[in-house]
Write a protein that binds this ligand. Structure first.
Ligand SMILES: [Zn+2]
Ligand SMILES: [Zn+2]
Length: 314
């Protein structure tokens, strides 16, 4: 499924089977998760994709040598910039991203730099494993940046929050779910995932939070989350794109509250999270679509109708 121009539907096309270059592996794609970032690429909110582009960066596939591997968003880094040299390859100035700078997994075959692929933990069916590769990994990085506080707020109950909620419960935290006012389905989903309270995202929870993670791409949630957070609390913005954050009074930030973003992932995030996921154990809830219905999966995600994560099956 190929993107030729942003804000146009993907087109089903026959492409040659890609040949792996030096250091690359070729995968027969089994499934590919659909991430909100894919939507930002298709809809033009991320402005510099390679075109034409095969989107998709939560690839589970079988390599030519028979290993089952996952391919994440971080597709290549330079290894020599000051970020790469200081354990922050997620910030590499020359990084290339799967399904953005590099063709991704909305296809029958993909090639990827072998150094950036992860073995998929045994015991995970392909379609359940796919959302671990971005929703899970980036959600996990966001959770680490949220600190060790007990009372955690999650804003937006999509693929990432439904995984992070399970990890946070496993760590013994108390969870508060914030959803769009009137979205009863999302509110129930948040409660099923172990939130002790779930309600309107623009109102505070019954008690102050130690940390909040904002997954929904809505800037107005940042001051709302600060307002819901106790002194010393942290608000982590986990998405790659967000609408403009409205101005807010300094007193919302005062008392050492922190707002920060999370960008991309490092390979060590991947190794840590994929070792942790089976211990929790993280169970992902997925809706599957055949590859040629990728546009429909993206539409449902755009309308906020996907429960858990959407995954394309090839
Ligand atoms: Zn670099
Ligand atoms: Zn993603």
């Amino acid at each position: 499924m190929v993107l030729h121009a942003q804000r146009e539907p993907l087109r089903l096309e026959e492409l040659p089977v890609p040949e792996p270059g030096p250091g690359e592996v070729r995968l027969r794609v089994l499934v590919c998760g659909v991430c909100r970032t894919d939507l930002h690429v298709v809809d033009g909110e991320l402005t510099r994709p390679k075109l034409p582009l095969v989107p998709g960066h939560q690839i589970v596939g079988v390599a030519d040598d028979g290993r089952r591997l996952g391919v994440p968003w971080l597709g290549w880094t330079c290894g020599e910039c000051r970020f790469c040299m200081s354990g922050r390859e997620n910030l590499c100035v020359r990084a290339r991203f799967t399904g953005y700078d590099l063709d991704g997994g909305y296809a029958e075959y993909a090639v990827a730099d072998g150094r950036f692929c992860f073995p998929i933990p045994d015991g995970y069916p392909d379609e359940q494993a796919a959302p671990l590769l971005c929703a899970g990994l980036i959600g996990y990085r966001a959770l680490r940046f949220a600190g060790d506080g007990e009372r955690l707020g999650l804003y937006g109950f999509g693929a990432a929050a439904h995984i992070v909620a399970q990890v946070a419960r496993y760590e013994g935290r108390r969870l508060f779910g914030f959803v769009r006012a009137g979205d009863e389905a999302a509110r129930r989903f948040a409660l099923e995932l172990g939130c002790e309270w779930a309600g309107d995202s623009l109102e505070p929870a019954p008690e102050p939070l130690d940390a909040a993670i904002v997954f929904a791409p809505a800037g107005e949630l940042v001051p709302a989350a600060l307002r819901a957070t106790d002194r010393g609390g942290v608000v982590v913005c986990a998405g790659i794109h967000m609408s403009e954050i409205p101005s807010f009074p300094y007193e919302l930030l005062w008392e050492e509250r922190v707002v920060r973003s999370v960008a991309n992932l490092t390979r060590s995030d991947g190794e840590e999270f994929l070792a942790l996921a089976p211990r929790v154990p993280v169970r992902t809830e997925v809706e599957t679509y055949p590859l040629e219905r990728a546009n429909e999966a993206l539409d449902r995600l755009r309308r906020g109708e996907v429960r858990g994560a959407a995954v394309l099956t090839i």
